[in-house]
Every structure is written in C-alpha cells, then in structure tokens.
Design a protein around this ligand. Structure first.
Ligand code: PLP
Length: 381
C-alpha cells in the first residue's frame, strides 16, 4: 500500500530496529544506577551522544536527549522566558509547527512576540527578520523545512544574521533531519529533532543547546542528562534514533537530486492529467518528499478517505491537525484563501518510495477525481 504520509510519521528502519532490540536485550538497565551494568549503559549512552555530535558536527555536551520535538520546543521556550530580560521580544515565523507556536505562546505574552510573515512561497520574509533584529529582538524562531508544504527556510542565512545582531536562532529541524544533510544545522543556537520523522522510534528526540548555556534544564526534578532532564534515559530508543540518523546521513540524504526529479515528474504528470489541480509553492526549494496539492473540487478529507479506499495513504494539509476544522495557519500565511485551503491534500513520500508508488498515486488521484467530480450543472469554485 503506497504510504505518502511520512511527514506525519515514518516506519522504523531496519538498522534502528536492530539497534533497539540489541540495546533492549543487552543494555536495558538504568544508566544512572551505580552497579556495573548501569555504568555500562551510561557509557553506551555517552557513546551515542558522541556519535550524534559527529553527525551534527557539534560538541557532545550541546546535546540533550528528549521525548521528541514538542518537549524540546517547550523546554527551550521555558528556559528562554526565564533567562531573557522581562521586556525582551522574540520573533517567530508564522508558518512554524503548531507545537512550536504553542510552546512560544505558553511562555511569552503576545506583546513580546513579533510575528514574522512569510512570502507567498511560504519562506520567511528576510527583510522582516532584519527589521526585527534591528529593533532589538533577542531570539528568532524559524524551522528548517516546513511540514505541510515542504518549503525550505533560509535558516543558515538567518543564523548568520542572528549572530551578527547578537541574537539567538531556535531552529526546529524536525522535518529536515534524515531527508537533507544535517551539516551546518548546529550553527543555530538551539535545534530541535525528533526520531520518528527519520525512521527512528516515537517519543525520542534531542535538542541542541548553546555550549555556554549551562543552567539549562528540561522536566526538572531529576539528575539524568547531567541534571538537565528528569526521567530515566531511554537508551534503546536513543540508540535506535542515532542508528537511523547515521544511516540517513551516510547514504540516504545523498540521493536528494534523483528524488526531487521523481517528485517533479509526478507534479508534471498530475497537473497534465487532472484539470484544475495546483501545486503549492511550485518554484521555491522544497523537501524532495513533499507536495501540497490544491484539488479542483471537494474538501480534502473526502480526497483522503477516497484515496485510502484506493489503497493510497495521504493526509490533509496538516496531518498533525487532522480532524481539526480550522484552515491551516501555514496556508493562510502563504496567502491561500480559506476556501482553497480546505481542498489541500499533503503528499509526503519516504526513502523507500519508488517511482511506481508515485505512479499509483497519480492513477488513484485521477480515479478519485472522477468519483468526486461535481455534476456538470454545478459550477465548481
Ligand atoms: N515540528 C515539526 C516541523 C513537526 O512536523 C512535528 C511533528 O509533527 C513536530 C515539531 C512535533 O514532533 P514530535 O512528534 O516529536 O513532538
């Protein structure tokens, strides 16, 4: 069954499963226990941290293992809200993931939040970043790659701008990691990652903090993660996450160009075969795996349900918000009208997706278009 919902979550890859099972069998003890078995787990945990640091090209002590990106975002925002002067403001790109927006909103009053609008292609308007920094904003929050439409944000450029202005960048790299090379991401002061988006297990992730930020602490009340996070470390989960990212970095991310071509061939075919369909952000650089399509008629959940009956799994614009009625804030930020936003479906491929799967998806879309077509006396809008 072609699965085109990798941005929601991905299946665990073989190397991750093997690492998980091996760690569960051999290294299940508590890494904080004083006995030899516990100490051995602690050493393996440190080795995993160092391996991840090599993959991310950063110092190992910058890494704090977490329960995923949502936890990472909350921990960072809580910390920043406590460390920054009470009147310091924070600039937030409007197309961030809801988990990040909610974290910002939980710790910063709205008067302290400067909204950074996007262009029609979705990427943040750089002149607005410049203005915010010039006005003294101390932190910019900008994701690396968007989960709904796939556009890539100019995070490297914004990291440089922040450094020059003496501000910090918080970069949610959840959708970037595993799909594109991680090199350079550690230039951001704070980075958030989540294993289940790149073939690792769910509820495991990490964050990078600035090397100098010693007072940092997530989920207080425990001495784990060198006092930075309470809760027994999930070493098997961490081992599996690092194995998944290592495999992606060593082989998968190198195939980006081929995969972009496969995605573009699908886009060309579907726009040729299905009248009135539109690809969102067609000319900006996007993740090789993501296409957001505005369908010519019928609401997106009907397309998703019908495609499922044709054995193809896709999602509505925002999988994380499926079931939610409000139109996507990402599409609104891109200037997509609410009526159109309700017709957007998100297609997100994976590392195992082959051209034949894209072909099945195109055929299924054409078949469903026939099933959902309004009677000819009804004018579609
Ligand atoms: N950030 C982005 C861009 C995402 O796509 C997601 C997942 O949906 C999250 C954050 C939240 O990730 P997690 O499931 O690890 O909390």
């Amino acid at each position: 069954m072609p699965y085109f919902d990798y941005n929601a979550t991905s299946p665990m890859v073989r190397v991750a499963r093997e690492a998980w099972v091996a760690a569960q069998d051999e290294a299940w003890q508590n890494a904080s226990s004083p006995h030899r078995a516990g100490v051995r787990v602690g050493l393996r945990l440190q080795a995993a941290r160092e391996k991840l640091a090599v993959l991310l090209d950063c110092e190992a002590e910058r890494i704090v293992f977490t329960g995923g990106a949502t936890e990472g975002a909350h921990a960072i925002m809580q910390h920043l809200s406590e460390q920054l002067p009470l009147d310091a403001r924070i600039g937030v790109s409007v197309t961030e993931h809801p988990a990040v927006l909610a974290a910002v909103g939980s710790y910063f009053e709205s008067e302290r939040v400067v909204r950074l609008p996007g262009t029609f292609g979705g990427t943040v308007a750089l002149e607005r970043v410049d203005q915010a920094l010039a006005a003294g904003v101390k932190v910019i929050v900008l994701m690396a790659a968007n989960n709904e439409v796939g556009f890539l944000q100019p995070w490297a450029e914004v990291a440089r701008k922040c450094r020059a202005a003496g501000a910090m960048l918080v970069c949610d790299a959840t959708q970037w990691l595993g799909k594109l090379a991680a090199g350079g991401l550690a230039e951001a002061d704070w980075v958030i990652g989540s294993a289940h988006k790149f073939g690792g297990p769910k509820s495991v992730g990490f964050l990078l903090r600035p090397a100098a930020e010693n007072g940092f602490s997530v989920r207080r009340g425990g001495a784990q993660e060198r006092g930075q996070r309470g809760g027994t470390e999930d070493f098997p989960g961490i081992a599996a996450m690092v194995a998944a990212l290592a495999e992606a970095e060593q082989s998968k991310v190198l195939l980006e160009d081929d995969r972009v071509r496969t995605r573009q061939a699908f886009e060309a075919e579907i726009t040729r075969r299905l009248e009135g369909v539109r690809v969102l952000a067609p000319v900006v650089e996007r993740l090789w795996n993501t296409v957001a399509l505005v369908m010519p008629y019928a609401e997106n959940h009907r397309w998703v349900a019908k495609l499922d009956k044709h054995d193809v799994q896709v999602s509505t614009g925002s999988a994380c918000a499926s079931g939610k009625e409000a139109p996507s804030h990402v599409l609104a930020g891109m200037g997509v009208a609410p009526e159109e936003a309700r017709r957007v479906i998100r297609i997100s491929a994976g590392w195992d997706t082959v051209p034949g799967d894209w072909q099945k998806l195109a055929d299924a879309l054409v078949a469903v278009a026939d099933e959902l077509k309004p009677p000819s006396n009804v004018v579609s809008v």
